[in-house]
Design a protein around this ligand. Structure first.
Ligand SMILES: [Zn+2]
Length: 385
């Protein structure tokens, strides 16, 4: 019933927009989302016969195991020898009506959104509390809005790493701002890597991980009619007095992908390499430095599926460069509804096109999986599966 009501709202808004001679692009976006019936995904979608990760009883020494839990959206919980690293967990999932920027304009007053602390507490695994780092690829609300609560109430010793805009927005939280805001690290563009240039390795405080930011882009939210629309572009150049109140105030900022190395205890030698992306980029943005890939292969690529088909040759051109042993397809589900409800495909995820693109350049020996949120995978060190 609520789905029908939502669709009727879309049509009404499209009509209102037309009457105001406003952007036809927005109408297209509304109709594109509104016309599609929801697709419920009951089981993970995966390659055959290759499975991703090792079966629990076939992973060998548990001390040499990397476990990775897909938390939904771009959230990952990575654990190795008890050391935890997180990427942008997000559980608040406000409805589409609360976050659609043009909708807020039509209603004159912008709906206020904030972290759903009960949902976070319920769905963020307890082991996340041990995290020493939280990596954030860009500033949109579905990557950053839950971070202040998580960092101040759960993972209370973690540092948060992101682009300058990410830091400026997080300074709106008084607890994160205290002590000079030391817990929030702004990674400048000059220390981030590109395909041609090596960036700076950042080490977590426990020396269990190192990571390099990679200058990336962000796919348009909608692409068609020879025009594109990207959700809340722009950067934030000064520390905010308070956290953003509306979806439109959580600005994209300067997007990064990350190369993450899991390190051996003591030696700081990488034992597993992860490529992490939380938005599709126009190639070659987001590509790692070639020399780094020559030094060590990527064991696991975590890719964003939503809006991937809005950029050309994506992700196949990236996969041709990464040549990963395995792939986790993330950020694919509808995050405008609670994670406790049956999981539905995000209307912006073109699963058919994504699978086709995976098939184009993923090595035949590589497996891939599009997991349901809260699914854990296990990997052996060195990526030997
Ligand atoms: Zn985004």
């Amino acid at each position: 019933m609520s789905w029908i009501r939502l669709r009727l709202t879309f049509y009404w808004l499209a009509y209102r927009q037309t009457a105001r001679a406003a952007e036809p692009l927005v109408i297209a976006l509304l109709l594109a989302v509104g016309c599609r019936p929801p697709i419920t995904i009951y089981n993970q979608v995966e390659s055959h016969p290759q499975a991703v990760g090792c079966a629990p009883d076939a992973c060998g020494d548990p001390e040499r195991l990397i476990s990775i839990t897909y938390l939904g959206v771009s959230g990952l919980l990575i654990e190795h020898r008890g050391h935890v690293l997180l990427t942008a967990p997000f559980f608040s999932n406000p409805s589409l009506a609360m976050v659609m920027p043009r909708l807020t304009r039509l209603l004159r007053s912008s709906p206020r959104i904030s972290a759903d602390t009960q949902a976070i507490d319920k769905m963020l695994p307890r082991s996340a509390d041990r995290a020493t780092a939280i990596l954030v690829g860009h500033g949109h609300y579905d990557h950053l809005m839950d971070i202040p609560f998580i960092a101040t109430k759960r993972a209370t010793t973690a540092r948060i790493y992101g682009a300058p805009s990410v830091r400026h927005m997080l300074m709106g939280d008084s607890a994160l701002r205290s002590n000079g805001g030391q817990r929030v690290v702004a990674i400048s563009a000059t220390t981030a890597g590109t395909r041609e240039r090596r960036g700076v390795w950042y080490y977590t405080d426990d020396s269990a991980y190192r990571f390099m930011a990679l200058i990336a882009g962000h796919a348009p939210t909608f692409h068609g009619w020879r025009r594109s629309y990207t959700f809340t572009v722009g950067s934030v150049g000064v520390d905010l007095d308070s956290l953003p109140h509306t979806a439109a105030e959580w600005k994209l900022g300067e997007p990064y992908a990350f190369l993450i190395d899991v390190l051996a205890a003591g030696t700081r030698e990488p034992v597993f390499r992860i490529y992490f992306q939380d938005a599709p980029s126009e190639p070659p943005l987001g590509f790692p430095p070639s020399e780094l890939l020559a030094e060590r292969a990527v064991d696991l690529a975590v890719l964003c599926a939503a809006t991937s088909s809005n950029v050309s040759n994506t992700p196949d051109s990236l996969l041709a460069v990464l040549s990963p042993r395995q792939v986790i397809v993330a950020h694919w589900e509808d995050f405008f509804r609670s994670q406790t409800l049956p999981t539905q495909l995000n209307p912006a995820t073109d699963l058919h096109a994504f699978r086709k693109s995976l098939g184009k350049s993923l090595p035949r020996s590589a497996g891939w999986v599009m997991p349901l949120p809260q699914t854990t995978f296990r990997f052996r060190e060195t990526g030997a599966e």
